[in-house]
Design a protein around this ligand. Sequence first.
Ligand code: XIL
Length: 299
Amino acid sequence: ASTLGAAAAQSGRYFGTAISAGKLGDSAYTTIAGREFTMVTPENEMKIDATEPQQGRFNFTAGDQVYNWAVQHGMQVRGHTLAWHSQQPGWMQSLSGSALRQAMINHINGVMAHYKGKLAYWDVVNEAFADGGSGGRRDSNLQRTGNDWIEVAFRTARAADPNVKLCYNDYNIEDWSAAKTQGVYTMVKDFKSRGVPIDCVGFQSHFNSGDPYKSNFRTTLQNFAALGVDVAITELDIQGASATTYANVTNDCLAVSRCVGFTVWGVRDSDSWRSGDTPLLFDGNGNKKPAYTSVLGAL
Ligand code: XIL
């Protein structure tokens, strides 16, 4: 195969990227993205501040731009994200308690109704666990509404669209020995044992010198999959874009039958949220980097 999407499809997987609505007029960007990828995550356009900028007034203009571009290019879409402590609109940041709980439920219902039946995956809850050694929840206005907020979000999501796969998504949960990884694993195990609807776990995989790739990532993917959820690499970027590390991540997913696909967090280095790290598969001129060849060869 000569593209990432076609190569991943050889084993029944997808290869996706984050897409920004504001770049859809850049033909160098859309040429690469349209050729290489089979899954799209809107980089910011389906976040809470974008879809419900004022309480109860939904705006799907930018989200639909990305969605429509993806569908026109034969790609599937991963919704990102319904409940998160970050990129909340001002009105939500100032809410707490039962008002915030109800606003979260209303937000999930409003956004999922608009995209009902259209998406492959939803990141229902993003980044709810704390960094460091506690293995516990991240403090946030959502967490302060009660520890059951994640479960409520997933139950609400299942009722709103029973056909989309519902995912928990986080970063720094790739290392099996990390307390944060164990905290998320314990939650997913509990959800599966109690019938809380969860279908998948997304591993963002933003690797850098502070949080490097470790070879036990494959163990982590296997152990989560053994709980009965799909797993996916959802926001991959690697500081410096080592071809070897990109191949290792690719092989880790390929080794796990329930690892359903890959998403890199942007097209060219110049599109990256951390462009200074040159972490992606294409350079700023749209040329394929050694990491691209490495991934394509591993798939
Ligand atoms: C980032 C986007 O790439 C940036 O454009 C934005 O300014 C901030 O958010 N984890 C996530 C993504 O789940 O939504 C984040 O995306 C990167 C970290």
